[in-house]
Ligand binder design. Structure first.
Ligand SMILES: *[C@@H]1O[C@H](CO)[C@@H](O)[C@H](O)[C@H]1NC(C)=O
Ligand SMILES: *[C@@H]1O[C@H](CO)[C@@H](O)[C@H](O)[C@H]1NC(C)=O
Ligand SMILES: *[C@@H]1O[C@H](CO)[C@@H](O)[C@H](O)[C@H]1NC(C)=O
Ligand SMILES: *[C@@H]1O[C@H](CO)[C@@H](O)[C@H](O)[C@H]1NC(C)=O
Length: 703
């Protein structure tokens, strides 16, 4: 209800019918207050690594006192905790912030709560301006962004793209260096510089994994993962911050399963096979050289090929104290993993109070997800500890810090950069295999569970699928130093990269039904052959399917011709507006020279639509599509609210029905039970072209 009310106050008009999915709804916003707030928020993100030169900001940050305004916050406990920490000394400005270091994490949570519990927007704004000037840049950016997307009064604002706010984590060191040189040569006037940038795989030859750097270093892919972790932080208490309705634990599992499946498809397009498995005892085969540089000039730590992970090698010469959480990472991970495997095999989870939970009486994937993520909703976060934190330290091959404020984290230890390191996928493959081990203990779906009586999928037909690389510009002006009297706007530098894209396409499904009924349609894309051209057996292959689309559909008696296009798909969103355009549009709308169109997908997150299809081949790369139509089952939990116009964490909007994520591929497949008439496999071929060949081939309509 709250959101509907909000919309009414905004005076917004719906220009497009609300529909499920995150990428489709656009609103015309004319409300001045909303626009001014959006502008002020955007302004706070500009030049975040440099001193704030805005006069109004400086005035507020000098005069505002949190302690004197304690009544302006809903939760005084949280405020007192922050003030206490601040007096002890927070991470200083200029140091590197990483959420995966305990002291940093504690500060980030405390600062987040300060923002979250501000009673009104005005208090939030003053607190933010104060923090922008008084706490560490990375700490501020993280806590503030997280608070904005979770607060009742700010979740519908747009965050500027993270790769423009913090270019250091998205573009290679030499590009940042070039940007800074341009700035030095710049002598006034309005000027735009363009840097043509390559991915690290075009000049490094460390190992074969680097050849997929165009995918691993894609700014959209990495921004997606960053936003996932802003909306669903691993440290966030699901009760205090209302995540409970979102099937959070299950979503954790599904995110990684989908990321792995998507990466595997990309590997097949490049004639590479499965994501490899590794053992901790053996040297880790694939090294990683990040090419990234911190804003203070420090390089990211790198990992050599065949890095030894055991404690004696990894920690040689470094400190060994009981309090060192990371020195013992090698042992800790293996302990935790063993406990998980034992519990899954036993079918019982050990709780904090010494009691057990039966894992097999029903599908407990949600509970297991919370347990493995080791988030505050876990039933025993000490026993089943923060596996990923240790693993990221270990595989990242970063050094133990001398003290808590002098850290040099590896790429794996930032959400913005983690996916650039191929070890990310090898690590999460291990995690996903634990979930799959569990799912194997659950009974496979029977024919009757899959069957939708009287419904038959007769035909699935896709337009010709075509991928290509096209230019994409990111504004990286935030990476150069701005003189105090310079205004944002005259000097501009952008990085132009070639990013994977595909031609928009439509697909059609013909369904025959003997009744009129509400149905749920799922569409998956997966491999058909492995890298050697051998057919992958379906029970092996089921984990390799990505969910292309899921939607509710009202079936009519007789023939139903369903048509969907690639811009409608459920989880896929367009590129974000550049921060500069966003700012200009908002300012123009305030001055009434333009209407501000708010795209609801930019006030949420989704997987980049660009990367929907894996790269094709000139001669065609064969994949297959699976469609299944089932009876619609409304979400089970009573609190779930589906009629918000904006996507919102905590409303249960991430799922539109009551089936398991990944249904029916989430459980073992018994082929005699699996072939129901309300489902269908269809081979599809993806072609790849150079961008300049696109128009001519379209005219001739040849592959
Ligand atoms: C207030 O904050 C404290 C400390 O963060 C937390 O434990 C508590 O649950 C919060 N209280 C409310 C009512 O949200
Ligand atoms: C990127 O690398 C490719 C392959 O080495 C090369 O052909 C291309 O010119 C490079 N582009 C830029 C902008 O450096
Ligand atoms: C900024 O200040 C410097 C030195 O005070 C001056 O040379 C320069 O012209 C000023 N730039 C602008 C845009 O006002
Ligand atoms: C292809 O055609 C479209 C419009 O027909 C045009 O906008 C686009 O620039 C063309 N692309 C190339 C690479 O020529």
């Amino acid at each position: 209800m709250k959101v509907l009310l909000l919309l009414v106050c905004l005076g917004t008009a719906l220009s497009i019918e609300p529909e499920y999915g995150v990428g489709q709804r656009k609103f015309k916003v004319s409300d001045k207050l909303f626009l001014e707030r959006q502008r002020d928020l955007l302004h706070l993100f500009q030049f975040i690594n440099q001193p704030d030169n805005d006069e109004e900001h400086l005035k507020i940050s000098k005069t505002y006192s949190i302690e004197d305004n304690i009544d302006a916050y809903i939760n005084s406990t949280a405020v007192k905790k922050f003030v206490g920490l601040y007096k002890q000394g927070l991470l200083p400005r200029g140091e590197i912030f990483s959420l995966l270091y305990q002291a940093h994490l504690e500060q980030a949570i405390t600062l987040f709560k300060l923002f979250y519990y501000a009673r009104d927007f005005n208090t939030l704004y003053k607190t933010a301006v104060w923090a922008r000037n008084n706490v560490n840049e990375g700490l501020f950016l993280y806590s503030f962004s997280t608070a904005l997307v979770h607060r009742d009064d700010t979740f519908s604002f747009v965050l500027p793209p993270i790769y423009e706010i913090y270019p250091y984590y998205f573009f290679n060191g030499e590009d940042i260096e070039k940007a800074q040189r341009y700035k030095q040569q710049y002598n006034g006037g309005t000027k735009t510089y363009t840097i043509y940038s390559n991915y690290s795989g075009y000049y490094l030859n460390l190992n074969k994994e680097q050849s997929l750097s165009y995918y691993l270093e894609d700014v959209g892919l990495n921004a997606f993962y960053y936003y996932c972790n802003i909306y669903y932080p691993f440290w966030m208490d699901g009760v205090e911050f209302k995540l409970k309705n979102d099937r959070r634990g299950e979503q954790y599992y599904y995110l990684y399963q989908q990321l792995l499946a998507r990466y595997y498809l990309e590997r097949l397009s490049n004639d590479q096979g499965e994501i490899e498995f590794f053992n901790y005892e053996e040297p880790f085969k694939y090294g990683y050289y990040s090419s990234l540089r911190y804003p203070n000039g420090l390089a990211f730590p790198n990992r050599p090929n065949y890095a030894k992970l055991t404690e004696t090698y990894y920690n040689y010469g470094q400190s060994w104290t009981f309090r060192s959480r990371y020195g013992f990472a090698y042992t800790k991970i293996q302990d935790i993993e063993k406990r998980l495997r034992d519990s899954i095999d036993a079918g019982y989870i050990f709780k904090k109070d010494g009691k057990y939970i039966d894992l097999l009486a029903s599908d407990q994937i949600d509970l297991l997800g919370n347990l493995i993520e080791s988030n505050p909703d876990s039933v025993h976060p000490n026993f089943y500890g923060p596996w990923q934190i240790y693993a990221r330290h270990l595989l990242g091959y970063s050094y133990q810090p001398l003290n808590k404020y002098k850290v040099a984290p590896s790429a794996l230890e930032h959400f913005e950069t983690a996916q650039r390191d191929p070890a990310f996928y090898q690590l999460y493959k291990r995690i996903v295999l634990h979930f799959q081990l569990y799912k194997l203990y659950l009974p496979p779906y029977t024919y009757n569970e899959l069957y939708f009586p009287g419904v038959k999928v007769e035909k699935v037909d896709f337009d010709r699928l075509l991928t290509y690389f096209d230019s994409f510009d990111s504004d990286v002006t935030n990476a150069v130093y701005n003189a105090p009297n310079e205004t944002w706007g005259s000097f501009k530098v952008k990085i132009r990269q070639q990013r994977l894209n595909h031609k928009p396409f439509t697909y059609r499904i013909s369904v025959k039904s003997d009744k009129s009924e509400e149905a749920i349609v799922r569409v998956y894309l997966g491999p058909k052959f492995d890298e050697y051209g051998r057919v992958i057996e379906i029970d092996q292959n089921r984990m390799n399917f990505i969910e292309l689309d899921v939607f509710k559909y009202q079936l009519q008696t007789g023939e139903n011709r369903i048509e969907r296009n690639s811009r409608q798909l459920y989880w896929f969103v367009p590129d974000r507006t550049t921060s500069r355009d966003l700012y200009r549009k908002v300012v123009d709308a305030i001055g009434n020279t333009e209407q501000f169109q708010l795209d609801s997908s930019e006030a949420f997150y989704g997987f980049p639509n660009r990367l929907l299809l894996p790269k094709g081949k000139r001669e065609g790369q064969v994949f297959q599509v699976y469609v299944i139509v089932n009876k619609y089952q409304a979400p089970g939990r009573a609190e779930v609210q589906q009629n918000y116009y904006f996507h919102r964490v905590g409303t249960g909007m991430n799922y539109i029905d009551n089936y398991a994520f990944g249904f029916p591929f989430d459980r073992a497949i018994v082929s005699s039970e699996f072939k129901v008439p309300n489902s269908r496999f269809q081979e599809v071929v993806v072609y790849h072209k150079n961008v300049d060949e696109l128009n001519s081939s379209q005219a001739q309509n040849e592959p």
